[in-house]
Design a protein around this ligand. Structure first.
Ligand code: SAM
Ligand code: SF4
Length: 448
């Protein structure tokens, strides 16, 4: 979601005549897009602002803006910082060019955030959201051939630890016609893979002319767009009622990638209840079984949190068991971070010491690493189709150097990362790669 917002901001500034600077030292304007999900992310922004303060001493006319969730969360408090000129929430991003231009001309501070985040009824439709999306005709694709498309904004779920509903606002789905029109335009610009975004994207729902559209309907409609070859959607919430149609669409529609990102957060029913996640560990595992029965080669990724208030060693071992049973392709593990304003922060004490959180984090990742290693080895000797992203960021990892060709990185439909040597102009195109070596998270091979 943040990557999409950054791309939208970059494009609207470029359209207004700005260009990207090589470094902050050369820039007239520095914008930081922020995340509030964990305290660590916010701390990094604050320490970076310290660095900008330093640069601003020798460049007093430089404009500094903080945009995104942290801007929404802290608002005027941030504007009090002498380094910051603009504070702009995620819903105000269409105003960014105007805010930057004004700040450069008038040297005045500007605050643009939603005054009071109002909760709407589930499925409520918003004119403001569509005005937001239609503001951007087109945008810079950071990865050639790929684009994110917002299907929904916000969240109504209020997991007790999570700041998203407070900063991104209520859950709102976009009209399918607008999404389809946008994707057709992207396909015309050479986009082959679209990723539909939503905090609970499986809850997508839009009523129009007496018909109700769900995510499966959207997947069917996107599948018909010429030029689009792969479709992904993230993130999915483990709720039974959504799944039948979505998994069926995945099984029936060749363009829908067999990839599901479905965070479990914990394997302890006590902790899941305290998190306000509306499922038990066994219901979650049943959903995975069902997914694998309908889509046999599905790759599943998960998110987990360790050190939630009251998490005993036994609770944590429940999470370890769940990870062992789930056999994820990969999972993301986070240490619980209390977020101001959330229920968990108000009602529960952050009582798990940092070193225990750290130890549990490492232990869970090592359980997953073993599974990822076993799963990745199954690709040895096989040929996979990848959508090439561009140059590999870690070229030293692949020992199969082919003279004259740089090392590229791409992903399979199931989201496995594949590294191989090939011509640079393959970025944004499909390639076939024979896998010759694997590591837990990466497949290495030779282009066919
Ligand atoms: N909407 C998605 C879902 O419900 O699965 C996830 C959205 S959240 C922005 C991404 C991940 O951050 C979550 O899956 C969770 O594991 C993690 N997260 C959220 N709040 C957190 C907190 N307070 N401390 C640590 N991790 C957190
Ligand atoms: Fe946060 Fe829960 Fe909503 Fe995901 S579903 S964004 S974790 S409140």
């Amino acid at each position: 979601m943040n990557k999409l917002d950054t791309a939208l901001v970059t494009s609207s500034l470029k359209e207004a005549g700005f260009s990207l600077a090589e470094s902050e030292k050369e820039a007239d304007v520095v914008l930081i897009n922020t995340c509030s999900v964990r305290q660590h992310a916010e701390q990094r922004v604050l320490s970076h602002l310290g660095h900008l303060k330093h640069i601003k001493k020798s460049k007093p006319n430089m404009v500094v803006g903080v945009i995104g969730c942290m801007a929404q969360r802290l608002g005027a408090e941030l504007l009090g910082d002498e380094t910051i000129d603009i504070v702009c929430g995620p819903a105000q991003i269409p105003q960014i060019t105007e805010l930057v231009t004004k700040a450069l001309q008038e040297k005045k501070k500007a605050l643009a955030v939603t005054e009071k985040i109002r909760q709407k009824a589930p499925g409520e439709q918003s004119k403001a959201l569509e005005e937001f999306e239609s503001f951007f005709d087109s945008y810079d694709k950071q990865i050639p051939g790929q684009a994110f498309v917002r299907a929904m904004r916000g969240c109504n779920n209020f997991c007790t630890y999570c700041v998203v509903p407070y900063v991104r606002g209520p859950e709102v789905s976009r009209p399918p016609a607008a999404i389809i029109e946008q994707i057709k335009r992207l396909a015309g610009e050479g986009v082959k893979l679209v990723t539909l975004l939503g905090q609970m994207v499986n809850a997508y729902k839009y009523n129009s002319n007496g018909k109700s559209y769900c995510l499966a309907d959207l997947l069917n409609m996107v599948s018909e767009i010429e030029g689009i070859e792969w479709i992904r959607f993230v993130t999915s919430y483990p709720a039974e009622e959504f799944y039948n149609q979505i998994l069926k669409a995945m099984a029936d529609l060749p363009k829908v990638c067999n990839y599901l990102h479905m965070p479990a957060q914990s394997g302890s029913d006590k902790i899941l209840k305290a998190m306000n996640r509306n499922y038990t560990a066994s219901q979650y595992l049943e959903l995975l079984d069902k997914a694998r029965a309908i889509v046999p080669d599905i790759a599943i990724a998960g998110d987990f949190m360790v050190g939630f208030p009251g998490e005993t060693e036994e609770d944590f071992q429940g999470t370890v068991r769940l990870v062992e049973k789930a056999r994820y392709k990969n999972c993301f593990v986070f240490k619980y971070s209390p977020r101001p304003g959330t229920m968990a922060d108000k009602r529960l004490q952050d009582d798990i010491p940092q070193e225990i959180k750290r130890r549990r984090n490492i232990e869970l990742l090592s359980v997953q690493e073993k599974i990822s290693d076993e799963l990745s080895k199954q690709f040895l000797g096989k040929t996979v189709k990848v959508l090439v992203e561009g140059l590999s960021k870690k070229p030293h990892l692949n020992s199969f150097e082919k003279k004259g060709y740089p090392q590229l990185v791409g992903r399979t439909a199931e989201n496995w990362i594949v590294v191989f040597n090939g011509p640079m102009d393959l970025a944004g195109e499909f390639a076939k790669v024979k896998i010759t070596r694997t590591s837990p998270l990466t497949l290495f091979g030779e282009m066919i």
